[in-house]
Ligand binder design. Structure first.
Ligand SMILES: *Cc1c(COP(=O)(O)O)cnc(C)c1O
Length: 419
């Protein structure tokens, strides 16, 4: 469910006409529905309400301060993957005791920053990281709480670029070797071994990989307990998929009930790190058609948004629905939607049956709330676009469009070039 619907022929976000926002803020821009964000967050947390759990929103999917603040107000935490994300989370008022820190390459400065900030848990991914964190904690005279991220070697049955829990992936510690890592970590004086974590991939549309991963983690927990290592937190990661095109992913309720049925360990706190499933269908990218052109072989619709604004189609060949902001009765054509960037991989849609859009028209690139703005860049010296949130009949710019001056901030021409 989302709140992007047509009234008569005009696309609305909740009660605001999308074209009206485009007139005011210009194009391209990301547009998020407050009601959808809230509804998705609540659906997820409600599905687990009968067990001890913590939702740590995976903020790499959408790291806008207002989005984070909204979830923080609902009692949510975050899963971070960098010092920069920690900075954003704290700025948005996320409770540090609801922050978990994942990632294979945490820098020493970032470990220090996170320990100083009293985050809940470090999800460590290698024995060298375990030793580095112990060293940092010793210097700071603090104890760091850790979970070891296990690579359970499970095929998530999704796109290879977003699969993370296979033994050839860089993530986590091989499940066969992790017992030794646990016993090593448990002897280090500045670490408190408290959790076990995994994250097997993204855009999963089936439940069995989650259940299989959970089974493996449970076996591991029993073995650890046998060795006197108690586990308080089981972090199952994120990864639940959404409908971009015709996928039929399980509802968060079905996901939750499959997990709860398998979990059956009442004294644990379950941590979940959903990203895409919360924000993906709560946002769209609005673009304007600049030109159209056709050769005998091919027709192109050239828009003002590009791969630097929404990277997923270029990066993964992902599908995003394309809808007109104002419906018209007209023929449909087969076309590519492309941006102004000087790369052949700069497309938003390929060989798609589409309305015969005309120059000056607005279009909505659907399902762009996750890994949209957060993956955007300044490539081709294109300022990053504005982000807008609608709540009911009002809209708010939650990130201003960058200016050219913003874009060159920090660049310095050294003296030897200035003469
Ligand atoms: C990216 C990521 C997530 C979120 O994945 P989604 O597919 O967006 O739910 C969760 N945990 C970790 C460790 C991640 O890297």
């Amino acid at each position: 469910m989302h709140h992007f619907n047509y009234k008569e022929k005009d696309l609305y976000c909740e009660e605001v006409q999308v074209a009206e926002i485009a007139d005011a803020v210009g194009t391209p821009f990301y547009l998020y529905s407050h009601a959808t964000l809230l509804q998705h967050f609540k659906a997820f947390t409600d599905a687990f309400q009968d067990i001890r759990h913590l939702i740590c929103f995976s903020m790499k999917s959408n790291s806008n301060l207002s989005v984070l603040k909204l979830f923080a107000q609902e009692g949510g935490g975050v899963d971070i993957v960098s010092g920069g994300e920690l900075f954003r989370a704290l700025r948005a008022g996320v409770d540090p005791q609801k922050i978990v820190y994942s990632g294979v390459g945490k820098k020493v400065e970032d470990l220090e920053y996170a320990l100083r900030s009293d985050i809940l848990m470090f999800n460590v991914e290698s024995s060298q990281e375990i030793l580095a964190l112990n060293g940092v904690a010793e210097r700071m005279k603090k104890k760091a709480t850790i979970a070891i991220r296990i690579n359970p070697d499970i095929d998530p049955l999704t796109h290879p670029y977003v699969s993370t829990g296979l033994k050839e992936n860089k993530f986590g510690i091989d499940i066969k070797r992790s017992f030794e890592e646990y016993t090593m970590a448990a002897e280090l004086p500045y670490l408190r071994v408290s959790g076990i974590s995994c994250h097997i991939g993204s855009q999963l549309t089936q439940l069995s990989p989650f259940v299989d991963a959970l089974k493996k983690l449970k076996e591991h927990i029993k073995r650890l307990e046998g060795a006197g290592i108690g586990i308080d937190f089981l972090d199952l990661g994120g990864g639940l998929g959404i409908t971009y095109d015709r996928e039929e992913p399980p509802h968060p309720k079905e996901y939750a009930s499959a997990i709860k049925k398998e979990l059956d360990m009442r004294d644990l706190t379950l941590i979940l790190e959903p990203g895409r499933v919360i924000v993906g269908n709560a946002g769209i990218l609005v673009a304007k058609v600049l030109y159209t052109k056709a050769s005998p072989e091919k027709r192109f619709i050239i828009v003002d948004a590009a791969m630097n604004d929404l990277m997923r189609p270029s990066l993964y060949g992902s599908f995003h629905g394309i809808e007109p902001v104002r419906m018209r009765d007209r023929e449909s054509v087969k076309a590519d939607i492309v941006g102004p960037i000087c790369e052949s991989s700069d497309f938003l849609a390929k060989d798609r049956d589409l309305d015969a859009f005309e120059p000056g028209e607005l279009m909505a690139v659907m399902s762009s709330g996750a890994y949209g703005f957060s993956m955007s860049s300044n490539y081709n010296s294109r300022p990053r676009v504005a982000e807008v949130m609608v709540k009911g009949a009002q809209y708010f710019t939650i990130r201003a469009r960058e200016t050219y001056e913003d874009m060159i901030q920090g660049e310095v021409i050294p003296d030897f070039l200035s003469q």
